[in-house]
Design a protein around this ligand. Structure first.
Ligand code: AHG
Ligand code: MN
Ligand code: MN
Length: 358
């Protein structure tokens, strides 16, 4: 082992020494990290591991489950249920909250997680991840659904692992956002990026433009202005990236700035957004805000949005602060009627499609 390196355990002891919980939070985060190492090992085997492909089931959201969705879910439950740190869990893959078996001691925290984010990318060997959120459950009773429905601002810890060329763990306990890289030879997460800061300005945006016809006007306005680049009101060219694996898009934004949008749209009126509040939007918003970025549902901070159900979906806009604030302003202008509906330059007076005869 190289001397002077900060391991995850050492880091947690230093960051959490004031928390009076008999080391429960630190213990829980070490258990989550252990599950992440197992998931990293499974994903790294690729097709050789026999883990690729779908199984014959769908989850509560009606999505086809991949083998690795289920195996990653099992890895997290298995690593975290026994340690006396948890009172319950909510997973993307389970309809109801997961109870702690009676043979184990119940602890004072709740864990919400997406065991494998971006799993539609598994078979094409694109980066995927695990996202988690920790809440306090300061009662002796078995948690009810209402106990899990806390506003994101009350999270005590949040993080994600990205299984990419390197496996990394990005973490906040409310004292900045920090990233660790897995040293596979010794099996430890090592602190490699202390106090990440997201640049307030950016020239990069991420959105699935195939949904464009379902967007609200303020989102179309923002994206069209980015695409117009130097020739439009922004006066500069923008670049676009979309990995379709939120952890990978978040990670890029943490490393070099950018803005990510999965806005509300009319594609499926039953779903106010694609991403889930408790185990995708809330933890990522906590991480982003702790790194100096902003996170909004277009009409206010995600972290202040009341939670109504375990698998609730929400519109998500996060990243470089000035861009997120601009997009929020476009929503406010649209809502108050100040904004004119967006008209593509192709259809304006000087349009390519408008002949002088019209
Ligand atoms: P999950 O694999 O946990 O269901 O989440 C997938 C999410 C997120 O990772 C990504 O940003 C988004 O879905 C991709 O959406 P599109 O399929 O519209 O690109
Ligand atoms: Mn996900
Ligand atoms: Mn998932």
């Amino acid at each position: 082992m190289q001397l002077g390196r900060t391991t995850l355990s050492k880091f947690l002891i230093e960051q959490l020494h004031e928390v009076d919980d008999n080391g429960q939070l630190a213990g829980l985060l070490v258990d989550v990290a252990a599950a992440m190492k197992s998931i990293a090992a499974m994903t790294a085997k690729g097709a050789l591991g026999g883990f690729h492909g779908a199984i014959e089931t769908t989850n509560v959201q009606g999505e086809v489950q991949k083998k690795l969705d289920v195996l990653s879910n099992d890895a997290l439950i298995d690593a975290c249920e026994w340690g006396g740190t948890l009172a319950g869990m909510i997973s993307e893959e389970n309809e109801d909250p997961i109870r702690i078996p009676s043979e184990f001691k119940r602890g004072r925290y709740l864990l919400n997680f997406d065991p494998l984010d971006g799993s539609s990318n598994i078979d094409v060997n694109v980066s995927v991840g695990t996202i988690f959120s920790v809440l306090l459950h300061d009662k002796d009773s078995e948690p009810t659904i209402d106990d899990f429905l806390q506003v994101g601002r009350r999270q005590v810890a949040a993080g994600y692992a990205i299984y990419g060329p390197a496996t990394m763990l990005v973490l906040t306990v409310g004292k900045g956002t920090h990233a660790f890289t897995l040293d596979r030879e010794i099996g430890n997460f090592i602190l490699t990026h202390e106090n990440l800061r997201i640049p307030v300005d950016t020239g990069e945006f991420a959105i699935n433009t195939s949904n464009e016809r379902f967007w609200e006007p303020p989102v179309s306005r923002y994206v069209e202005e980015c695409k117009a680049g130097k020739t439009g009101i922004r006066g500069r060219d923008f670049n676009m990236r979309w990995i379709a694996s939120m952890v990978a898009d978040v990670h890029r934004i943490l490393m070099r700035g950018g803005v990510f949008l999965y806005p509300r749209d009319t594609k499926d009126p039953k779903k106010p957004g694609r991403l889930r509040l408790l185990y995708e939007a809330n933890p990522v918003s906590f991480i982003i805000e702790q790194a100096g970025g902003a996170s909004s549902h277009g009409r206010g901070p995600i972290l202040d949005l009341p939670a109504e159900s375990p698998h609730q979906r929400v519109a998500v806009i996060f990243g470089s602060k000035n861009e997120v604030e601009r997009i929020e302003r476009y929503h406010a202008e649209f809502d108050s009627g100040v904004d004119q509906p967006y008209i593509s330059p192709l259809f304006s007076n000087r349009s390519l499609y408008r002949s002088e005869a019209i």
